[in-house]
Design a protein around this ligand. Structure first.
Ligand SMILES: Cc1ncc(COP(=O)(O)O)c(C=O)c1O
Length: 425
């Protein structure tokens, strides 16, 4: 449940930082009140399936953390993170083909914090930051609060369009050069796309030429539905640039183990990592050592890999149900690319005619009436580009079961018919 915006005056409102005078919350979290409506089916949040939480394995890991490492688990810890977890995460990275040592790695309170710290350390107000669009909304929110100048980079069915980026950089209109580029190359949120190796190499070459850093945000890379797997942008950067690697790698256990652990991490060079660790000191001193030790024992328990395999199989089945259901319910009127992993489908409705913005509002209202939720596309665009969202939507198949997905899709089909017939909402 989000904290209510009551509209009543606050005794401290004259003291607010102007950035928080009229704040906009996360567009996804704004949907929370609808979720509590009886019978509502949600294709909205990027929540892992509750049925895939390995509660037994985590319970064993928690018992071990409290029996074997009680003092370390219950005490404050180093801002960089507990060594056993950093060792386990370095091994996890190695299994993804990423070369690193525990010393290259900062543990963060979710990967969301990693991005927040990075922005604090690197971005001053007015600095241009390149962001693939449509983009993960919390990234846009972080950059807005940092007063960055968000510069959209277009994407297509293969992810970030590096040729469009090259053109944008060649004709860069500002005196200030971009500092950062943000991308989710593996099964992006919201696009569901997988960036081909050739584009990863082109991206690193552009970063090298134009002197910006790349943030590779990778919470979904292990949730693959087939053998397709591209080298990480981080590893591509190491191969091209060695110790001058311009890539910062972020990842998380939220989607593969449990979001409640709040375990994320950042891989970067020592100077940057040290500054992020200092920024973390004022954010939360350290990530919960108890959560870190639970995660470390869990990763060492041998349960991670089989659990991951189970998650991939289940999400693949749910993705298939959602895609087939959408095709059956909406046919030619909807377009999307089947994702090869991750949790999301980015879909575009194709009405024969009509005002797309009005239709988009009418569709959302009709969907709520029918009892199904999705995230309207404009949540994934910077405010000044919201019109580009048209009739796009993000649908997640991760949390609902296959029967729930089937029912949700039927409701969505009915909502679309209702919206097309009376688009004024
Ligand atoms: C692309 C992306 N990055 C980061 C996060 C945040 O994850 P965490 O729970 O690790 O903070 C999410 C969560 O949905 C995400 O989709």
């Amino acid at each position: 449940m989000s904290i209510a915006n009551t509209g009543s005056p606050s005794p401290t409102s004259h003291l607010f930082n102007p950035l928080f005078a009229q704040p906009e919350g996360s567009p996804i979290r704004e949907l929370f009140p609808y979720l509590s409506r009886p019978g509502m089916l949600s294709l909205a949040g990027g929540y892992p399936s509750p049925g895939l939480f390995d509660a037994e394995g985590l319970q064993q890991a928690a018992t071990t953390a409290l029996q074997q490492d009680a003092a370390a688990s219950l005490q404050y810890g180093a801002s960089e993170g507990q060594l056993p977890l950093r060792e386990a995460l370095a091994e996890l990275c190695a299994s993804r083909g990423i070369t690193c040592t525990p010393g290259d790695l900062l543990v963060t309170t979710g990967s969301q914090q990693a991005f927040d710290l990075l922005v604090k350390v690197m971005v001053a107000p007015g600095d241009p930051v390149l962001v693939e669009v449509p983009a993960y909304p919390a990234t846009l929110q972080t950059l807005k609060l940092a007063q960055a100048q968000v510069v959209s980079v277009p994407t297509d069915e293969h992810g970030l369009d590096t040729e469009a980026l090259a053109r944008l950089l060649a004709q860069w209109p500002h005196a200030r050069r971009p500092k950062l580029l943000y991308t989710v190359p593996n099964f992006s949120n919201p696009g569901g796309t997988l960036l081909p190796a050739s584009r990863r190499a082109a991206l690193v070459a552009l970063a090298r030429e134009h002197g910006f850093a790349i943030v590779e945000d990778d919470p979904y890379g292990e949730l693959r539905f087939d053998d397709r797997c591209e080298p990480s942008v981080y590893e591509t950067g190491l191969a091209q640039c060695g110790s001058a690697n311009p890539v910062v790698y972020l990842s998380s256990l939220s989607k593969t183990v449990a979001p409640a652990l709040r375990i994320g991490w950042m891989l970067a060079d020592a100077q940057l990592l040290r500054r992020c660790a200092i920024a973390k000191q004022t954010a939360d001193l350290c990530t919960s050592p108890l959560a870190q030790n639970i995660a470390a024992h869990y990763l060492r328990s041998g349960r991670y890999a089989p659990q991951l395999q189970k998650s991939c199989a289940e999400y693949a089945a749910r993705m298939d149900a959602l895609c087939s259901g959408l095709e059956a319910a909406l046919g030619e009127q909807i377009r999307f690319v089947r994702p090869a992993g991750g949790m999301f489908i980015w879909a575009q409705l194709q009405p024969q005619e009509g005002d797309h913005e009005a239709l988009s509002r009418a569709l959302f209202a009709a969907a709520v009436t029918q009892g199904v939720l999705y995230v309207p596309g404009k949540a994934f665009f910077p405010a000044d580009a919201a019109k580009q969202a048209g009739l796009c939507m993000r649908l997640s198949y991760a949390a609902p079961t296959v029967p729930q997905i089937n029912e949700a899709v039927e409701r969505l089909g009915r909502a679309w018919q209702q919206a097309v017939l009376s688009p004024i909402a």
